[in-house]
Design a protein around this ligand. Structure first.
Ligand code: MN
Length: 171
């Protein structure tokens, strides 16, 4: 890396208005910025859930969707998704499809750090063996999508807030 990872800042209409260092932007008063979530499926129709590494600054140890990320300035979302799939999980994803194009959320971690993102949600497919990066992912599981939706609705505190909201919107 020649410079710190950067994110794209957005105005309230979702238009890009600048860039910021990823670490510097995530505070107790985080400015709105661009991200994505990806839900990865396997050949059996199971969806991949991951448990965030205990070393992560926000939502450590929390179960969430397959992976998330922030597109860099001038990086298209498909490239960002491929990059994070490789970096976090060691997988190649195919069949990328946007399933919640307008998803946006703001959430406060137990530590007080805020996430505040326009975060389109994608579905993708993999045949790769998952090889998680321990700096990002503590553990993972392939689960039945209907069971996940039931679990998240019944016990939302056991999952990342954005996953609960995404599953609710997906019905
Ligand atoms: Mn963010």
């Amino acid at each position: 890396m020649t410079h710190p990872e950067q994110v794209v800042l957005l105005d309230d209409n979702g238009s890009a208005i600048g860039v910021a260092d990823k670490v510097a932007v995530h505070t107790t008063d985080t400015a709105l910025h661009l991200a994505f979530s990806c839900h990865v499926y396997n050949e059996s129709g199971q969806v991949l859930v991951t448990r965030r590494a205990l070393s992560k600054q926000t939502w450590p140890g929390v179960w969430t969707n397959s992976f998330c990320g922030h597109p860099a300035p001038d990086e298209d979302i498909a490239s960002a998704i491929a990059r994070r799939a490789a970096d976090e999980l060691g997988i190649v994803v195919t069949g990328l499809e946007v399933i919640l194009p307008d998803f946006r959320y703001r959430a406060v971690d137990a530590s007080g750090i805020v996430e505040n993102e326009v975060c389109p949600v994608y579905r993708a497919f993999t045949t790769s063996v998952v090889a998680p990066n321990p700096a990002e992912v503590a553990e993972f599981a392939w689960v039945d999508p209907a069971s996940l939706a039931t679990a998240a609705a019944a016990a939302p505190y056991a999952f990342s807030p954005w996953l609960g909201w995404q599953l609710a919107q997906l019905g």
